[in-house]
Design a protein around this ligand. Structure first.
Ligand SMILES: [Zn+2]
Ligand SMILES: [Zn+2]
Length: 344
């Protein structure tokens, strides 16, 4: 089968590999129907994920059809259409039992697919702990509607869940890339009083205005003043930082009102400065990133009910044998790219 593979620092290649086989009684083999490209794939390519193993098939956003299951897999059957979770988790350890699946202590747990073990930019993928890692897609939900459930949408859902948003709140989301938009979609489900998006790209601003006209939009340079004017207590009650730069990290806590919650969703390339003297007295609560992707069943139900729709994010479609070109467009942010679908 064809598999897009991390060869070495800076190099991915579409190569032939044997079809994966069951290795454990809790594994499933999934025939991938759609995959996508995530910024984390680029982080692997450029060496900022030290635990990524060369030779691994990349890709951790995918949906497919269950082809084969081990004898201990009970939640899905061959023939089921499924979403695949970015995280592998045992479901039994302390962290899993508390819903902190990102910190599963099982040696195979954590972000494994497309990083340490073969992922989904390929024709087939082996999914360990399939009872936890796969969710059946409702019949009325299409593959494209379900594609982001296991990663980018799970991230937005988790981020808004831990941010304790209430209907009185002014919520500021910094960054309107795909994760920012998924965060926005999930934040809207909490019915906050106001939602403000901070974004610098004119294309992304246009996208927000077109699809979510009731959301307020500001540019980074105006953000502090805009949030102050458009909030009830001198700043946002909840800030979600989804952009991941030095400037946006600072902006996040600066735009927060005293006693606000600041949720860091973004993955930074470098350490950030945490200027405690400047923050003193603001009494902020910081929550930091690493999606706990254990809400996929609920997210699928919300999609089925028409409450979440991520399909506007899809801008490009390529077959697997043109994945090189898909990466070129994604990586260089060409043609107003949002999310790319890889048809497999
Ligand atoms: Zn990802
Ligand atoms: Zn666990």
């Amino acid at each position: 089968m064809l598999a897009y593979t991390y060869i070495e620092h800076g190099k991915f290649e579409l190569i032939e590999k044997p079809k994966p086989e069951l290795k454990d009684t809790r594994d499933a083999i999934v025939r991938v129907t759609l995959g996508s490209i995530c910024t984390s794939d680029l982080h692997i390519k450029h060496g900022s994920v030290p635990r990524a193993v060369p030779g691994t098939t990349v890709g951790h956003e995918m949906v497919g059809i269950v082809e084969q299951v081990g004898p201990d897999v009970t939640s899905v059957r061959p023939g089921d259409r499924v979403t695949v979770n970015v995280e592998t988790f045992c479901g039994k350890c302390f962290f899993c039992r508390h819903g902190y699946v990102n910190n599963c202590t099982d040696p195979h747990g954590g972000w494994a697919l497309g990083c340490r073990i073969d992922g989904g930019q390929a024709e087939y993928v082996r999914v360990p702990y399939a009872n936890q890692g796969l969710n059946r897609i409702p019949d009325t939900v299409s593959d494209e509607q379900a594609l982001f459930v296991g990663d980018v949408l799970a991230t937005g859902f988790w981020a808004t869940r831990i941010s304790e948003i209430t209907e009185e709140d002014t919520v500021l989301i910094i960054g309107a890339g795909p994760t920012g938009i998924c965060t926005l979609l999930c934040a809207l489900l909490k019915h906050p009083k106001r939602l403000i998006i901070c974004e610098k790209s004119p294309e992304r601003i246009r996208f927000v205005r077109q699809h979510y006209p009731h959301v307020l939009v500001t540019a980074p340079e105006d953000c502090r003043e805009f949030v102050r004017r458009n909030s009830d207590h001198g700043g946002a009650d909840v800030v979600l930082e989804v952009a991941g730069t030095e400037d946006t990290f600072r902006l996040a806590w600066e735009c927060a009102r005293p006693n606000a919650i600041v949720t860091i969703v973004a993955l930074y390339d470098r350490p950030q400065i945490f200027p405690l003297p400047d923050m003193y007295g603001k009494n902020l609560t910081f929550k930091t990133g690493g999606v706990d992707g254990c809400d996929c069943a609920e997210i699928l139900r919300l999609i089925e009910e028409g409450k979440i729709d991520t399909t506007p994010l899809i801008t490009h479609r390529f077959p697997l044998n043109e994945i090189e070109e898909a990466y070129r467009i994604f990586e260089n942010k060409l043609e107003g790219v949002g999310k790319i679908i890889i048809n497999i």
